[in-house]
Ligand binder design. Structure first.
Ligand SMILES: *Cc1c(COP(=O)(O)O)cnc(C)c1O
Length: 380
């Protein structure tokens, strides 16, 4: 048996206490115990989102909340500006098209952050105000890049357009301030930095977005946020939610509040810095130019396919790493450090990487990456 270590950018490792919380007795989603859980989860999530607005809980993966965002603030035939920053930026465009929205794109070279000025220019060109919303990805997990939401928010706030942010990756691990940054819609999900199993997504909207929601004409039923708003008054959801996953999320939020937001963010910053230092010490190339603190994406040596390396690591070392998506398929390896991660997770991943590179005949100084990571962890 090879002991397993999960280091993919979602789902992420679930702490035992969180896994156990899921196994508790089933409860009615129309009862008092559920109301308390609902209240705790939705109010605690506000702290991570940085909003005073209500947070609505959906049953589905992160993409369900992306779809909810589109269906609730857009009408068919309207125009939206999408920052296509990677695989998940493309997903915004696909969902919008599926709902009959006309997509205008700011295409960003994969691995780079968008220059917010490009968004400003596109909005300025739109003198008729036809662009109703700007869709962005906080951390595009396919490229490992973090976008400057604060600056984009300041630009969009000057217009009548809404700013919609997919924060599935990054939220809960990196500082995020929906209200302060003028974000109109923020969404995320349970299975990344929130250390819970997949199954719950959540979304919050500004009053500017709610006004648009009232007259938006995209068809919606299961994801109609007006219904969620009504039911939230009684601390319930319109239909049966994934009660067990919600219990798990409640537990992880308790753990996260115990650690404290500032500590969580600095821990992720340290994990990221250590991982980057380690792969740099191994002479591996980092993929993104503006790396986020939740994952490190590397380009293995050209002679070895990324998927072959990943597969070797999984089979022989038990460490599951993420592969490249879309145009990066078989070109990169993604090492996640989001959620329930500490120094020894990073060291494990780096050590496996060193071993596998050596197995494949590359000259690596065993321990060089681990030592570089340890230097970072030693800092106080
Ligand atoms: C994981 C992820 C999603 C959602 O994916 P699901 O599989 O639907 O949960 C969306 N956006 C980003 C940036 C992600 O990393």
């Amino acid at each position: 048996m090879v002991k397993k270590y999960l280091m993919t950018p979602g789902p992420t490792p679930v702490p035992a206490a969180v896994a156990c919380a899921q196994a508790a007795d089933m409860i009615s989603h129309r009862g008092r115990e559920f109301h308390e859980l609902f209240q705790y989860v939705s109010t605690t999530l506000r702290e991570f989102i940085g909003t005073t607005r209500e947070v609505y809980l959906l049953t589905g993966s992160g993409t369900s909340a992306m779809e909810a965002a589109v269906a609730n603030v857009m009408s068919p035939g309207e125009k939206a500006l999408v920052v296509r920053s990677g695989h998940f930026g493309n997903r915004w465009a696909e969902i919008l098209k599926a709902y009959g929205v006309m997509v205008r794109a700011v295409d960003v070279e994969w691995g780079r952050a968008v220059n917010p000025k490009l968004v400003a220019e596109r909005l300025a060109e739109d003198t008729a105000g036809e662009i109703r919303a700007v869709f962005v990805t906080f951390v595009d997990t396919s490229t490992g890049v973090v976008q400057n939401i604060e600056e984009i928010g300041g630009i969009v706030a000057e217009t009548n357009a809404l700013l919609v942010v997919d924060a599935v990756s990054g939220l809960g691990a990196m500082d995020y301030r929906m209200d302060e940054w003028n974000v109109d819609v923020t969404l995320s999900a349970s299975q990344k930095s929130f250390m819970a199993p997949p199954g719950i997504a959540f979304i919050s909207m500004s009053s500017k977005a709610w006004k648009v929601c009232e007259r938006a004409k995209c068809p919606r039923y299961y994801l109609d946020l007006r219904k969620y708003r009504q039911w939230a008054e009684k601390f319930e959801t319109p239909c049966t939610p994934a009660v067990s996953t919600l219990r798990a999320l409640g537990k992880s939020l308790e753990l996260m509040m115990e650690e404290g937001l500032a500590n969580i963010y600095s821990r992720h910053e340290k994990m990221a810095r250590a991982t980057r230092a380690a792969v740099t010490a191994l002479a591996l190339r980092l993929f993104p130019l503006n790396p986020a603190n939740v994952l490190t994406i590397i380009r293995p040596p050209d002679e070895i396919g990324a998927d072959e390396l990943r597969d070797h690591i999984a089979r022989n070392y038990g460490v599951t790493l993420g592969g490249g998506q879309a145009q990066l398929k078989n070109r990169v390896v993604r090492i996640a450090h989001m959620g329930s991660v500490g120094p020894f997770d990073v060291i494990t991943a780096i050590s496996a990487l060193e071993g596998a590179l050596a197995d494949k005949g590359f000259v690596v100084e065993l321990g060089a990456g681990v030592a570089a990571a340890e230097e970072i962890f030693k800092e106080t």
